[in-house]
Design a protein around this ligand. Structure first.
Ligand SMILES: N[C@@H](CCC(=O)N[C@@H](CS)C(=O)NCC(=O)O)C(=O)O
Length: 339
């Protein structure tokens, strides 16, 4: 006769599933809001507000004369704002005049850390505090650093790229390339304003929105602007005509990350960039300009965004793909053919 099985002891009564879900949601939402408030400053409507950059000195003044070998760009490969400065440095041929120093995000501390530790410090916040004791702002890249005076010249990418375009002419391999010509200044400034608000910062306004309304507003503005740009690019090789300008560089670094990061992680989900008739070939056109591809690293970009923006991707899984071939012919030179 088989022995009678001993009844197993129940380990206490389980919580009803509804309570577990409510508790989990409450705990996670509270933590999410707290972490988002540190990651992304917001206004009372839950819209992301990007803090102003605080170092705004200019190369070309008595304090900061242009010199080869004196200035350094501190950049992270993943950052679109830093990427602008790398693209302009490449297009102007300034790599022997201006060095770069790379930082990468540390997933544990949430700050930029030097790949090659500096003598006195390892992290970018320490670097900022050392350069300006009592500094209260964020420790962001890019940073234009004066290695001679040990001073931060500027930490606003929009201004750094203007300086790289015009202040280092005697050291540039391609001084004739003017990315901000006076005749196009008004058109460039006007694109910059729109593109900054609705595209460059627009993707962040989608990804860092803390209410549904704030997200929807940002998302609609983003895609309305991309549609408008796509139409413009049907008849014009670049935003302001036949020649590439700073407006294109500023747009490029956001487009480059679009399908890989912003489409999924930031919920910029209406359309992928590859679905646009003109924007995708335009992206490839700029990517294929000499030395630009060397400034682009999608694997590091993925690692930096998916691996470090914890509140947006708590599991830390880094997606595979998408399989983009940016070397495909773009055929956009047809728009500059003279007849
Ligand atoms: N306005 C700045 C924005 C730079 C910026 O936000 N950089 C991000 C990386 S993509 C950063 O360093 N964030 C660190 C932080 O905010 O603590 C610029 O364009 O130079």
């Amino acid at each position: 006769m088989a022995p009678t099985p001993t009844p197993t002891k129940k380990s206490g009564s389980p919580l009803p599933p509804g309570a577990i879900v409510r508790l989990g949601k409450f705990a996670w939402t509270t933590m999410w809001r707290l972490m988002m408030s540190k990651l992304a400053p917001r206004n009372s409507s839950g819209e992301y507000i990007r803090p102003e950059s605080q170092f705004r000195h200019q190369v070309g003044t008595a304090a900061y004369p242009p010199e080869a070998g004196r200035y350094q760009l501190i950049v992270g490969w993943g950052c679109p704002w830093a990427h602008r400065t790398l693209v302009v440095r490449a297009l102007k041929g300034l790599s022997s005049a201006i060095s770069i120093n790379i930082v990468s995000p540390s997933p544990d501390s949430g700050m930029w850390v030097f790949d090659q530790p500096e003598v006195e410090f390892n992290t970018l916040p320490e670097f900022y505090h050392n350069a300006k004791p009592g500094y209260q702002g964020r420790a962001t890249v890019p940073l234009l650093w004066d290695t001679q005076q040990k001073a931060i010249v500027n930490n606003e990418s929009a201004e750094i790229i203007v300086m790289l375009n015009s202040e280092f002419q005697q050291f540039a391999k391609y001084p004739d390339l003017d990315l901000y010509p006076p005749a196009l200044k008004e058109a460039i400034d006007s694109w910059n304003e729109q593109i900054y608000q609705y595209v460059n910062n627009g993707v962040y306004r989608c990804g860092f929105a803390q209410t549904q309304t704030a997200y929807e507003t940002a998302c609609n503005q983003l895609f309305d602007t991309l549609d408008l740009i796509d139409q413009t690019l049907a008849n014009s090789r670049y935003l302001c005509g036949d020649r590439i300008t700073l407006a294109d560089v500023r747009l490029f670094t956001t487009l480059f990350r679009f399908d890989t990061v912003y489409y999924s992680l930031f919920k910029c989900h209406r359309r992928r960039l590859v679905d646009y008739q003109n924007l995708y070939p335009y992206l490839r056109d700029i990517y294929q300009l000499p030395e630009v591809a060397e400034t682009c690293n999608l694997e590091v970009i993925k690692r930096d965004y998916y691996g470090n923006l914890f509140p947006l991707n708590p599991g830390g899984i880094i997606p595979l793909g998408p399989d983009l071939d940016l070397h495909q012919p773009h055929d956009r030179d047809r728009l500059t053919q003279t007849n």
